[in-house]
Design a protein around this ligand. Structure first.
Ligand code: ZN
Length: 343
């Protein structure tokens, strides 16, 4: 089969590789669409250490089952499917506690951090364990289904936040995940949604996604302005979708005493943390990791058109041209949202 292989750092090659051999509990999926994630772009040059070559990236995918293992039940050839990006063990303590996204020895598709290597979906075929499969509703396209992972990550953070009707919410960082947090907040009933980013173009998209107010992170008196908008108390909940000291500190500075901040951004291993502010204001700082079963809800929302993902797809490209588009994303030379590769 053909695949886009990360042969060494900064070198993606479209080439022939052996087709995956399925285990008895797995299905073989013909990949119909696979999105390029920001983490794939960051993985390209080795800066994250999570894409050790040679390997095949890609974890935001959809396709058609073409073969089933002998122990597979309830799935057959021809089924249109998407799948969780996390392959989690079923007999793990955390999985049994309902926390499969935190299970020990879980593996992410298309990731190779040194402790394991699992080839991803920038390929014609991928082997997938049956317990992470989700059926794609008839009305939902393969491209839309390849967007489900990103929306599910955003929805998980909303679920972690426990947002209530009437809450005032702030989203710091309006990349793909931040935009989907805004879209999901819009239908979760807060009374005010504020978006903050350092890129004015992203803030224009934030307005389309549902933000009532937008601020540049570089703006003078940013914190005072947000607090003035929220009865001079601060927001009830903030979401941080960048993962850097500056943006995490903004997310903490603009919430009210006793408020919550949900941290989704994850690109820095450590940051400057305002300990005394968090302790003396009794703030709740909540981590949100990946996805815990939000796939089905997102697929239902796509089917019933409660959420739109099409406006976040910049281009649909043949897998053979993937390397060129990875470079474009890496160099940030154009304003690109999601690029979907089709084998
Ligand atoms: Zn991703």
């Amino acid at each position: 089969m053909k695949a886009l292989v990360l042969e060494k750092y900064n070198e993606l090659v479209y080439k022939d590789v052996p087709e995956p051999v399925i285990k008895s509990n797995e299905v073989l999926v013909r990949v119909m669409a696979c999105g390029i994630c920001g983490s794939d772009v960051h993985g390209l040059d080795g800066s994250t250490g999570r894409r050790i070559p040679p390997m095949i990236m890609g974890h935001e995918a959809s396709g058609i089952i073409v073969k089933t293992g002998t122990d597979v039940r309830g799935w057959k050839s021809g089924d249109r499917v998407t799948f969780d990006s996390t392959v989690y063990p079923l007999n793990d303590w955390f999985t049994l506690e309902g926390l499969y996204n935190l299970s020990d020895n879980r593996e992410i598709l298309g990731v190779s951090p040194g402790t394991y290597k699992r080839d991803g979906a920038f390929a014609e075929f991928i082997a997938i364990p049956q317990h992470i499969l989700y059926k794609i509703p008839e009305k939902v396209t393969f491209q839309q289904a390849a967007m489900v992972e990103a929306v599910a990550v955003a929805l998980h953070s909303i679920n972690i936040s426990g947002v209530k009707t009437g809450d005032r919410c702030v989203v710091v960082g309006t990349g793909m995940i931040g935009i989907f947090i805004l879209k999901l907040l819009k239908i979760s009933g807060p009374s005010m949604i504020i978006a903050i980013d350092n890129n004015p173009k992203r803030l224009e998209i934030a307005i389309l996604a549902g933000a009532d107010h937008i601020f540049l992170s570089t703006e003078g008196n940013l914190v005072e302005k947000v607090i003035a908008l929220t009865n001079n108390r601060g927001a009830d909940i903030s979401f941080e979708a960048v993962g850097k000291s500056e943006s995490v500190n903004i997310a903490i500075d603009i919430i009210r005493k006793g408020g919550k901040t949900v941290l989704v951004g994850n690109i820095s291993p450590t940051i400057n943390f305002p300990l005394q502010k968090v302790v003396t204001r009794e703030l709740k700082v909540l981590g949100s990791c990946a996805i815990r079963g939000e796939y089905e809800t997102v697929l239902n929302m796509l089917e019933t058109e409660k959420i739109c993902v099409d406006d976040q797809i910049s281009a649909i490209i043949p897998l053979s041209e993937g390397a060129v588009w990875f470079k474009k994303l890496f160099r940030k030379e154009e304003d690109l949202n999601k690029i979907i590769l089709v084998p």
